[in-house]
Design a protein around this ligand. Sequence first.
Ligand code: CAA
Length: 447
Amino acid sequence: MTDQSVGIDAIEIHTGKLKLDLAETFAPKMGDDPGKYTKGLGLYASSFPDTYEDIVTMGANAAHRLMDRKGLEPEDIGRIDVATESAFDHSKPVSTYIAGCLEQVYEGDFHHANKGERKFACVAGTQSIDDAYNWIRAGRHRGRAALVIATDTALYARDDPGEATQGAGAVAMLIDEDPDLVELSNAQGYGSADETDFLKPQQQFPSVDGKRSVKVYLARMREALVDYESVAGDIHPDDFRLGPFHTPFPGMVRKAAVLAYRHITRDTEIEDDLDDQIGRQPRPEAFDDDAAYMDALGDYTDKLKDTDRYQEWYDRTIDPTLSISREVGNWYTGSVHVARVSGLKALAEDGEDATGQKLLVGSYGSGAQAEIHVETVQENWLDEIDALNVDEQLEARYDLDFDEYEDVHDAHNFDEERGVEEFRTPDEEFVFDGWGRMGERKYQYVE
Ligand code: CAA
């Protein structure tokens, strides 16, 4: 094994240009207490695509900004992988549409670039990063970098409980040698099983068993953590400055974080220090049956969650990763990558020098698979984070009223024929521009 450093060199985010306020606009119409959204799920708003936006335009706009900012030409990119669970074509990958868009604004082309589409629900973005990492470390990249684009319109059927957690946006990431933002660990852990919790069998909106999906997330994430430790050794809460996790809604990460903390504090001085206050963690050998052990574990976890020690760790390590998610909802494949940006952005805003700090990154996709790896923050991270304009984008979103929300949902429903006027005027960006003769979606760059 070499000590070649490979990781994420740069990130750009593109949010859908519309916003649905969950507490003010959605909750009253659904007959819900706004606290269900703001406190329970931890969400304030969802991002939605304008009528001329989709997974291609959002991905292409994020990638264009990234390439411009880093001074890249098509010649510098040897691979374009798109991760999505919102694809509209079973054969032609979304990366070809995005490359076609980018070729409208650059002189060169991407004919030399290997393009593909990754599918495993929300974990596919991280899998695409893996593919790029392996490609570079195998020495097949000929000095070029890889573009990984995680793009989704995470819409649910109307009146599905998941409607509360919708979102839309894209994250473009440049994977390269000697990265400016974070280096990826070679070690990884997996938790993977055939699960029927969230799926889209030939349908646009998912079939979801929401309560079960929460349990499966926790089970697979735990497996991945144990698997990671089997490769990298036991980990300790103080090893990590941030823990960006897949965030379908912040309340999900709140549930996962306390379980992870319980696991990684077992047999540490933290368990000893908390002994007087809440006792020691239950061990299975002390119980006659599983149910009694699980009850005792649940009681311990409830007490652990209320300790100052845990709260301080949560506030420092997890909470900063949730701030963008609260305002945009679930971006499926992009979600864990938004969590990484949120966390680093919070450190930048606090004036902290994060160089050399470690991130414990937990990705997850329904169906189901979790992956855990570690990232090391690189020297130029602050320039990369300072270059983002995510706050401006969030601020500029059009605030939908409920009737407009219903129209926009219909406009993005493949089964509905609805001509809905655009809400924001496109400006220097790629837009959806109708259908071609073979049923393909067409795009153009608007000056
Ligand atoms: N004040 C404070 N909290 C309140 C409240 C109030 N007034 N009203 C409700 N709450 C709390 C509830 O107690 C609950 O919290 P806990 O789970 O901690 O008890 C929370 O708000 C949500 O309320 P409900 O459980 O009643 O909400 P629901 O049943 O309508 O829907 C859901 C919740 C099942 C997660 C649903 O949003 C859903 O199906 N989402 C889509 C699936 C999903 O995101 N699953 C996550 C794991 S799978 C994954 O991660 C992949 C992916 O991206 C999809």
